[in-house]
Design a protein around this ligand. Structure first.
Ligand code: NAD
Ligand code: UGA
Length: 464
């Protein structure tokens, strides 16, 4: 079959896999290939058990794989054979040298750019889909134009805004698609080609275009604004606990102002995920680099509040359980950084588990999708943790439950049955505010939500 367009994506991770599967699904006339240096990952994409859990993903991969969606290991050949190349490699925080702990580590991106240069035999459109510091396209262009040949490359920025757990829904019906390009004749032509791809299923008014630097920067800013809302409401949750207010009621009252909006105002143990912290720190680094320390401090406070929130959660567990956790069994319900994903990158549960172990608590971790990743994250603590998928078995014999992930499953458990199987007094720390706290209190739990008054069966010192 002759395909209309030949598209390659370098990087078969959480973004590369699902986003390309969606293009293949929506554009049967295009051939889409996803390549990666991680061969195990490619094998998994070609198997019945995909390396990424996303509701709805299996279905579209099944429909397209082997027809117009391919997962490949031979990156060099793929570069030769395809005309449009998405770059979707990881861009973690740098752990060494200048900017360590804040700046983005661009080594994978740069290697990819060099490979594209080395193996290209015809003009290419190279699209940054990874999240990058503003001005990265310039470095990309410089590498791509350093070859001896006459091949031309046009670099575009097309950041991805999907969230994990809802990736398929977000990719199918995004709030917007952003395409940044050079505003030259060839830049605008390449931009039009990418608009053409998305126009197969996305309404024209949702495809927005901009200059390339605005596009790169918008991605970092979008994540910073979202994370800032979470930190804002979490900071207020601390005040609510002191002032006997209820953070959910405050969030509702504030969010109903259409200028504020109600989304991303759920207080909890803080944001996790591979991107929020990394992208804000990247923004902080950029502001410092450009000599804007006040702006850098402002954004860094979003990360600091996130750390403070996790610290508060631990302090609350310790304080309410009589200042000792040694030998007590604590059941962690949920290890993924959010519901509907097996991803545990930067999950608050990692830090909280380590802190509980440092207090010599015995930890039992339960999660419907993330136990494999949890065991990898905590490999250095092997032997100290039990991993039990079934929540009832995990909770039996425990002194406390700590809810870390907003899985729907946890809202529907039989807490009466769980209470009966636990050591008394039984404690429940709802790190996601997902349960009916009054009901749990009536069952017999001492309940500690976030940003709401605790419901405890103990008498206060004044009462006793
Ligand atoms: P990931 O780690 O899951 O996947 C990246 C893949 O790139 C890995 O499989 C890795 O082996 C591969 N890779 C690295 N160097 C390579 C090379 N030279 N050649 C071929 N393959 C190479 O990362 P991810 O979560 O998919 O994120 C990718 C980018 O997208 C990041 O910049 C991230 O910030 C951004 N992003 C992520 C999300 C998300 O929800 N995870 C959403 C939007 C944007
Ligand atoms: C986020 C953004 O939402 C995406 O638009 C972006 O593309 C992506 O980062 C990225 O660049 O990687 P993601 O991290 O997958 O997506 O998930 P979110 O739904 O944003 O949740 C992030 C964290 O914030 C989770 O730990 C979640 O539990 C927490 N959160 C979210 C809250 O604590 N409260 C809220 O009200 C919302």
């Amino acid at each position: 079959m002759k395909f209309q367009k030949k598209i390659l994506c370098i990087g078969a991770g959480y973004v590369g896999g699902p986003s390309m599967a969606m293009i293949a699904h929506k554009c049967p006339d295009y051939r889409v290939t996803v390549a990666d240096i991680n061969h195990e990952r490619i094998d998994a994409w070609n198997s019945a058990e995909l390396p990424v859990y996303e509701p709805g993903l299996d279905d579209i991969v099944k429909k397209t794989r082997g027809k117009n969606l391919f997962f490949a290991k031979d990156i060099e050949n793929q570069i030769k054979e395809n005309d449009i190349i998405f770059v979707c490699v990881n861009t973690p925080t740098k752990t060494f040298g200048t900017g360590a702990g804040k700046a983005a580590d661009l080594q994978y991106l740069e290697k990819t750019a060099r490979q594209i240069l080395q193996y290209s035999q015809s003009p290419k459109i190279v699209i940054e889909k990874s999240t990058l510091p503003v001005k990265t396209a310039l470095a990309m262009e410089r590498i791509l134009s350093s070859g001896k040949g006459k091949i031309t490359f046009e670099v575009l920025s097309n950041p991805e805004f999907m969230a994990e757990g809802t990736a398929i829904k977000d990719l199918e019906n995004p709030d917007r698609v952003l395409i940044g390009s050079r505003e030259t004749k060839s830049g605008l032509k390449a931009r039009a080609e990418l608009v053409d791809i998305y126009s197969n299923w996305i309404p024209q008014e949702k495809i927005i275009t901009s200059n390339i630097w605005s596009s790169e920067l918008s991605k970092l800013v979008a994540n910073a604004f979202l994370a800032q809302r979470v930190s804002s409401i979490n900071s207020i949750s601390a005040l609510c606990e002191k002032a006997d207010a209820n953070v959910a009621e405050v969030a509702r009252a504030v969010g109903m102002d259409s200028r504020v909006g109600g989304k991303f105002l759920n207080a909890g143990i803080g944001f996790g995920g591979s991107c929020f912290k990394k992208d804000i720190l990247n923004l902080v680094y950029l502001c410092s680099y450009y000599g804007l320390p006040e702006v850098a401090d402002y954004w860094e406070s979003v990360v600091k509040i996130n750390e403070y929130q996790q610290e508060r959660f631990i302090a609350n567990i310790l304080g309410s359980m009589f200042n000792t956790l040694a030998g007590k069994k604590i059941c962690i319900l949920g290890f993924a950084f959010k519901a509907d994903t097996g991803d545990t990158r930067e999950s608050p549960a990692i830090y909280i588990t380590r802190r509980l172990l440092a207090e010599h608590a015995e930890v039992i971790i339960s999660d419907p999708k993330a136990l494999k990743n949890a065991a990898l994250d905590l490999a250095d603590e092997e032997g100290k943790i039990d991993y039990i998928e079934d929540a009832y078995r995990a909770a039996a014999g425990c002194h406390a439950l700590a809810i870390m992930t907003d899985w729907d499953l946890y809202k529907k458990l039989d807490y009466k049955k769980i209470f009966k199987s636990m050591v008394k007094p039984a404690f429940l720390f709802d790190g996601r505010n997902i349960l009916d706290h009054k009901k749990c209190f009536e069952i017999g739990f001492n309940v500690y939500p976030i940003g709401k008054p605790a419901l405890s069966h103990f008498k206060t010192s004044q009462e006793s």
